[in-house]
Design a binder for this molecule. Structure first.
Ligand code: ZN
Length: 397
């Protein structure tokens, strides 16, 4: 009896693994997660008798759960995949050539022997004499998108080094996205390369997906953007492009055989990439407008900055908080005034918060109590010298 149950269990286990592999090979973008999915979690529930007990119903329910699991993984991988490019020389995306050297670098093509070439995005715009190039250095920086077709990207790559299993169909280079930076990370901007790529699935059919290349100013993977703020500036545009690419491989083959078919696909993909660039720009404009509204509201109120000195005089060491994200000390003043200082005593900015907002930030751990010794040293430093003028580039709220 025991053996029989065990044997049936093995059949079921093998079948489950085969189902997942089959779903992965059929899903557009499945190639992005295939190597990363090493376990599957689904809640299993099925009827033994009655209306839902027929095998078709049970199978539909089970496969739809497994499909949902795979789709979630693809969605996450597509939008937040740690940004590695495919390296033709090493035949994968795990070598040292596959990663941009900094948050400002974008992929500019391939070296003849197949390694990805990266360049600073502002430098790229400078070389092509882009009209917005000066504004890329402003704060907030300008936002520029560049669409590259497949032929340009592989123009320098020698045929012998071109890996057949991976096909780059075009890309959008976009920057700069302003991001919250921590102290020591420099100006918080990043440039991102969005690549449309095709890969051969298990079934031999091509799947298309979007790969996102970039890294955070501190060198961490882009996932951190999601973990830090739940706010990824390209998420809606990317979701749209991912869905559009999923259908780009379908349709009847055009005239002219394989070459004609390829041309047809590249033309479709280029249209999608232009749509992606437009959406990225629209999303960015919307954000800039919302930010400037917030700044206007801040300016129109009574500027609490002048009161900083008075508030410092009245502050007690145990009231001082620390903002982990920006590395500043937070000094609560009267009437909801909050002053942000660097640890060496420079006033970064002053903002008014409601009592609720202050409480929320403490609860969420955005602000914690400053260490007593740190707070006392800070107050001694400030009371011994006048409060310097505002630098005006304080933590974004
Ligand atoms: Zn390599």
């Amino acid at each position: 009896m025991r053996d029989r149950v065990g044997a049936l269990g093995e059949i079921a286990a093998g079948t489950l693994q085969r189902i997942v592999r089959e779903i992965l090979s059929r899903r557009p973008g499945g190639h992005l997660v295939e190597s990363e999915i090493d376990r599957v979690e689904v809640h299993l529930r099925f009827a033994l008798r009655g209306a839902g007990a027929d095998l078709g119903t049970i199978s539909d329910d089970l496969t739809s759960r497994l499909e949902r699991f795979v789709d979630d993984a693809i969605q996450r991988a597509a939008a937040f995949r740690p940004g590695h490019a495919f390296c033709h020389r090493c035949g994968g995306a795990a070598c040292e050539h596959s990663e941009p050297p900094s948050a400002r670098h974008v992929l500019v093509g391939y070296a003849p022997t197949g390694t990805p070439r990266w360049e600073d995005f502002a430098q790229v715009c400078l070389e092509m004499r882009h009209p917005e190039v000066d504004r890329l250095y402003e704060d907030p920086p300008a936002f520029v998108t560049l669409v590259d077709d497949a032929a340009t990207l592989r123009s320098r790559l020698l045929g012998a080094f071109e890996a057949p299993e991976y096909e780059l169909l075009g890309q959008v280079r976009a920057g700069f996205f302003p991001v919250r930076a921590r102290e020591g990370e420099g100006r918080g901007v990043l440039a991102v390369t969005f690549q449309a790529a095709g890969a051969c699935g298990r079934s031999g059919r091509s799947c298309f997906g979007l790969n996102i290349l970039g890294k955070m100013p501190g060198g961490e993977p882009l996932d951190l953007l999601w973990d830090r703020s739940r706010d990824v500036p390209w998420s809606r545009a990317v979701r749209w492009a991912q869905a559009a690419l999923a259908t780009a491989g379908g349709g009847p083959a055009g005239r002219g055989g394989a070459a004609g078919r390829r041309e047809e696909i590249e033309r479709r993909v280029e249209g999608i990439l232009r749509g992606l660039a437009r959406r990225l720009e629209r999303e960015r404009r919307g954000r800039a407008r919302r930010t400037s509204h917030a700044e206007e509201r801040h300016r129109s109120g009574e500027r609490p900055t002048r009161k900083a000195l008075d508030d410092i005089r009245g502050a007690r060491a145990e009231e001082i908080l620390a903002d982990e994200r920006s590395g500043t000390l937070v000094v609560p003043g009267e009437r909801g005034r909050i002053h942000f200082f660097t640890t060496d005593g420079k006033l970064v900015s002053s903002v008014r918060y409601s009592r609720d907002a202050i409480e929320r930030k403490r609860k969420l751990g955005v602000w914690r109590d400053a260490r007593r010794s740190e707070a006392e040293a800070f107050l001694r430093l400030l009371r011994g010298s006048p409060v310097p003028g505002s630098r005006g580039d304080g933590p974004r709220i």
